[in-house]
Write a protein that binds this ligand. Structure first.
Ligand code: F6R
Ligand code: MN
Length: 196
């Protein structure tokens, strides 16, 4: 059994993670993400007929004995209106310690990044690439491909997650499906965190 107390080796695929004992498995359906997608009419229409699974993740439990947290995320392919499926996104609560590494295994997309000074960045996600999220930067992954987007995350266990700021202010960028593929547009409903 894998635990944070003994050495282990782990094949990086969803089936390995999902079969691990004592793993935490979180599923986020559209209905779990009120207000996250910009086209609320499309959300309402989808919810009348379906409540699609947007993403799920598997996390190795850590009671604080290990400094490192490890998880695998799978974002399904799809759109809500014109906006691609994505994670909620969050800041880490202890911003001075809150850096993170993402390693993409499969799929194509973006990671949206912003900090509380108003800086923002958008990086393309693709397999066999590693992404560094600096301290103080909120992060959200978006799947713009035709298949699942899968990535592994490593971050300091102690830092905690602040979802509230994103629920209140969103991200400045949205990734939408255009006639020529994904495009990055400005989020008209974005609120800078300094003004909240
Ligand atoms: C951990 C981290 C990832 C996400 C996962 C789900 O700090 O960034 O493991 O937790 O991709 O996304 P959220 O947490 O935004 O629902
Ligand atoms: Mn994180």
């Amino acid at each position: 059994m894998k635990s944070m107390f003994t050495p282990f080796q782990l094949k990086l695929d969803v089936s390995t993670f999902s079969e691990l004992q004592l793993i935490q498995h979180v599923k986020r359906y559209l209905g779990d993400m009120p207000g996250y997608f910009h086209d609320q009419q499309a959300v309402a229409t989808l919810l009348t007929k379906d409540n699609p699974l947007i993403y799920e993740y598997w996390e190795i439990p850590n009671d604080g004995s290990s400094l490192i947290s490890i998880s695998m995320t799978r974002i399904a392919a799809g759109v809500v209106g014109d906006e691609y499926f994505m994670t909620k996104g969050h800041f880490h609560t202890l911003e001075e310690d809150g850096e993170e590494i993402y390693f993409v295994l499969q799929g194509l997309g973006y990671v949206l990044l912003q900090n509380r000074d108003g800086e923002r960045q958008t990086l393309n996600l693709s397999p066999e690439n590693l992404y560094y999220v600096p301290k103080g930067w909120a992060h959200r992954a978006v799947n713009c491909g035709e298949e699942d987007l899968k990535f592994v995350s490593l971050w300091p266990n102690s830092v905690g997650h602040d979802y509230k700021s994103i629920e209140l202010g969103g991200f400045p960028q949205l990734i939408v499906k255009g006639t020529h593929g994904p495009s990055v547009i400005q989020n008209g409903h974005y609120h800078s965190y300094q003004t909240l």
